[in-house]
Design a protein around this ligand. Structure first.
Ligand SMILES: Cc1ncc(C[n+]2csc(CCOP(=O)(O)OP(=O)(O)O)c2C)c(N)n1
Ligand SMILES: [Mg+2]
Length: 795
């Protein structure tokens, strides 16, 4: 089944279904979505052949609690321009819904959690049925909707969004335990500061997490929290049946009992069913005839239905709540639900990963009037004729034809970028100056760059850019210091024209915002080129969010500075050791660590192209430094430019008889150069290799190896070409201000033995000479390493 082609007939076809009929259809669809999601998981676990002894898994209970809410969203409330982050464990619900819309194939559902099948957690890149936002790491999808709403505003205010497209609503279907993740509150605060609109968080308040039942009193905290951040809070606690029962004699007492019932007891009673309710209510109301009469008036099924008729499972209640929203104020719906609603393990605290066994599934199948063999039939066993349901499904707003993912033309990148040469400069300074040069161009590239930083704008050298381009805010705000004539190098006025987004100190927010900006072309039809700056060590703080951004194939430039021991006096807490390995290991991210500004210029130019290469490109991470280095006087030849972006070049080419080469990356280049000068007399013909990107060298090497295994038997990687200049018995001495493993792999390329220098421990305060000496990356250490390498010859 492919995506449905838009037809003129469908475009004009808009049946007005009266409310009662709509409710009936929605309840039927709800039933079917629950069935399909349960069956999908059952099929994957019980009916597919297994080869590896691993359980397949899937979350029938998590799905069940979200089914009513998601049915209401997709089959009534959502419009094509809206975007949704579905809580990770409701992935089967999402796929079942898309299947009913004809946007998902049966084959992929049959292969749920299998290779090439529907993904275990909704994936924007791996799923074929139009996932808006990936989810998986709880909390991040929630924040993503908020930042996506912000980006939508940004491009609309700039006038870049395609004209005919209405403003969308960014909706998260949130598991209640996701609200334990701190990043949710970091986002909430930032959203308040930036006056974010058009976000809905629909909380599937089943009061269960993975391990157990959650704290009762949390609800009031949530309510207060959201309200204080300017959100509307709508609590959907009781369903209509409960409300009707509350009207009857004894009803108010029953309501009070429900309100007072601890979450864990309520869950346990849901699991026990009618007998459990009767026992508990009988105990608590043995003197209250009215309540007893009320309860006794329900048979067992009715009683269980009544007690589980919570707001989040009552279609009418949900539709009313959703459709009552008329403005764009961020809104949080706290929808009471039952984990496992409608299934045998409903309410059990251990049901998170619980699966129905084959007998339970068979009973459930019969209750749904689904015949054996018809399990995948989209409308089997329902009471409404299939044609009527199909017509309804194709008439709902979300089914309207039209593009949901945009392609946008690339923004032109100049052939070269450069800044006037300086005698000494740090790469961080170079970055600031290069951005200024771009700003001066006043072209599309300058317009479409948006910078952002978590409270380290000035200290990461974005100051010049911000002075020129201004800070973005939907409402103009004056720079008070400027107005009061207090001298400051930094202009801090805000306006809709601004091109910098100032964030509070929260690296998670930086990465989720970069994820949203980096998908702006595809989500909102307006390409932007986001650049985020932060201190290199704090990549670790937001690493999961960075991974999240890359997983969705968002495109951005990450500029991390200062890095390594070289930020010297700042001390060990701020010195990054691990990040060169992150740069190599993180999928979707290409990392560079240049030493000189001219290298950086070429790398940035390449980065703007790479970020826009929709098929092959990705995001880029620049590991920069504040240490000033004297700059080479040179014109970059086209060949050298190419080598710089390919990952490295010989600063001093070795001779055919060379015994050793010094290999350095980034900021330790002067030490490598000084060591090279010291050894060149005793070790004639030695080489000096400048690595601009260990990541690019490594990737090129792996690709060439793979290609040789296939067609291109003679293709050689850039790193192979470089190292072919050395005889095999020569040694490499590698040096990096970071973990030595970042470069030590180079020995495997041509079989050269390696002595690798780098930092493996936490640093401390000091100046560069002291620190480089203490951690063994100064000139003497390199010279010693060369001596060791030469002595080891033949070992
Ligand atoms: C960052 C992260 N930590 C842990 C997990 C493992 N995990 C998956 S779901 C879950 C709790 C789910 O509870 P809730 O959000 O309430 O969802 P529901 O009850 O609807 O299943 C946990 C801890 C995860 N997916 N992501
Ligand atoms: Mg939960």
């Amino acid at each position: 089944m492919a995506f449905r082609e838009p037809t003129a007939e469908r475009a004009v076809h808009e049946i007005r279904v009266d409310e009662q009929a709509k409710l009936r259809y929605l309840k039927e669809i709800e039933r079917k979505v629950l069935w399909l999601s349960s069956w999908m998981i059952h099929n994957a676990n019980h009916l597919r052949s297994k080869r590896d002894g691993l359980k397949v898994g899937g979350h029938q209970a998590s799905c069940a609690s979200a089914v009513t809410l998601m049915t209401a969203l997709y089959f009534d409330n959502l419009r094509p321009q809206d975007r949704v982050a579905v809580k990770p464990h409701a992935s089967p619900v999402f796929h079942a819904i898309q299947y009913l819309f004809g946007r998902q194939t049966r084959e992929r559902l049959e292969r749920f959690r299998g290779f090439g099948g529907a993904q275990s957690y909704p994936s924007r890149t791996k799923d074929a049925d139009d996932v808006d936002f990936s989810t998986g790491s709880v909390g991040l999808g929630v924040a993503m909707t908020l930042f996506a709403a912000y980006v939508q505003d940004y491009v609309r205010i700039k006038g870049w969004a395609p004209g005919e497209r209405a403003t969308g609503r960014m909706v998260a279907l949130v598991g209640d335990a996701e609200l334990d993740e701190g990043n949710v509150y970091e986002a909430l605060l930032e959203g308040w500061k930036h006056d974010v609109r058009n976000v809905w968080w629909v909380i599937d308040y089943n009061r269960q997490s993975l391990d157990s039942v959650v704290e009762d009193r949390l609800l009031h905290r949530f309510d207060t929290l959201f309200t204080s951040m300017g959100w509307n809070v709508v609590t959907l606690k009781y369903g209509k049946e409960q409300l009707r029962a509350f009207q009857r004699p004894g009803g108010e007492a029953l309501r009070a009992w429900i309100d007072a019932c601890p979450n864990s007891l309520y869950s346990a009673l849901v699991y026990k069913g009618a007998a459990g309710w009767r026992e508990a209510l009988g105990r608590d109301f043995h003197r209250d005839k009215a309540v007893r009469a009320l309860i006794d008036g329900f048979n067992d099924d009715e009683l269980q239905r009544l007690m589980t008729n919570l707001g989040g499972h009552d279609m009418e209640t949900i539709l009313e709540a959703f459709n009552a929203v008329e403005d764009d104020t961020p809104t949080c719906f706290i929808a009471y639900t039952v984990k496992g609603f409608g299934l045998p393990f409903a309410g059990h605290k251990d049901n998170h990963a619980g699966l129905m066994n084959p007998e339970q599934m068979a009973t459930y199948r019969r209750s749904q009037k689904v015949l054996e063999g018809a399990e995948w039939e989209p409308f089997a066993g329902l009471d409404t004729p299939e044609g009527e349901l199909r017509e309804f499904v194709s008439s709902v707003p979300f089914a309207a034809p039209g593009e949901r993912r945009f392609t946008t033309p690339p923004i032109a990148v100049p052939e070269t970028l450069s800044v006037p040469p300086a005698e000494t400069a740090s790469t961080q300074e170079g970055f600031g100056r290069l951005l200024n040069e771009i700003a001066k161009r006043k072209d599309e590239l300058a317009d479409r760059i948006v910078t952002t930083s978590p409270d380290v704008t000035v200290s990461t050298n974005l100051g010049g850019w911000v002075n020129r381009q201004g800070i973005f805010h939907r409402q103009p705000r004056a720079d008070v210091f400027h107005e009061e004539h207090v001298l400051s190098a930094q202009k801090w006025a805000m306006s809709p024209e601004g091109q910098h987004v100032e964030l509070g100190i929260a690296e998670n927010n930086l990465f989720v915002l970069l994820a949203a900006f980096g998908l702006s072309g595809s989500l909102f039809g307006a390409r932007v080129l986001p650049i985020g700056t932060l201190y290199d060590p704090f990549i670790g703080r937001g690493l999961d969010a960075l991974n999240y951004a890359c997983y969705q194939d968002a495109r951005f430039l990450l500029v991390a500075t200062p890095s390594g021991l070289s930020l010297a006096p700042e001390g060990g807490a701020h010195q990054s050791v691990l990040t060169p390995l992150v740069g190599t290991g993180q999928s979707g991210l290409t990392s560079f660590e240049p030493a000189f500004v001219d290298e950086l210029a070429e790398i940035m130019r390449w980065s703007f192209e790479h970020m826009q290469d929709d098929a092959e490109g990705g995001s880029v991470y620049l590991r920069l430094s504040t240490r000033p280095l004297s700059q080479p006087e040179r014109e970059l030849t086209p060949q050298l430019r190419q080598s710089i972006v390919n990952g490295g070049y010989w600063e001093e080419r070795p001779s055919r008889e060379a015994e050793v080469a010094i290999v350095c990356t980034g900021v330790v280049s002067p030490e490598a150069r000084a060591a090279f000068e010291q050894i060149r007399e005793d070790v004639p013909g030695a080489g000096l290799l400048q690595v601009t990107s260990s990541d690019r060298l490594h990737r090129g090497w792996r690709e060439a190896q793979a290609a040789r295994g296939q067609a291109d038997r003679r293709g050689r990687a850039h790193v192979e070409e470089l190292l072919a200049a050395l005889p095999t018995n020569a040694a490499l001495v590698t040096i990096v201000d970071g973990h030595p493993a970042a470069l030590s792999w180079l020995g495997s390329v041509g079989g050269h033995r390696v002595v690798s220098l780098g930092v493996e421990e936490f640093g401390q305060s000091g100046d560069v000479p002291d620190l480089y000496r203490a951690y063994g990356i100064d000139t003497d250490a390199i010279v010693d390493a060369v001596a060791r390498a030469l002595m080891d010859e033949g070992v």
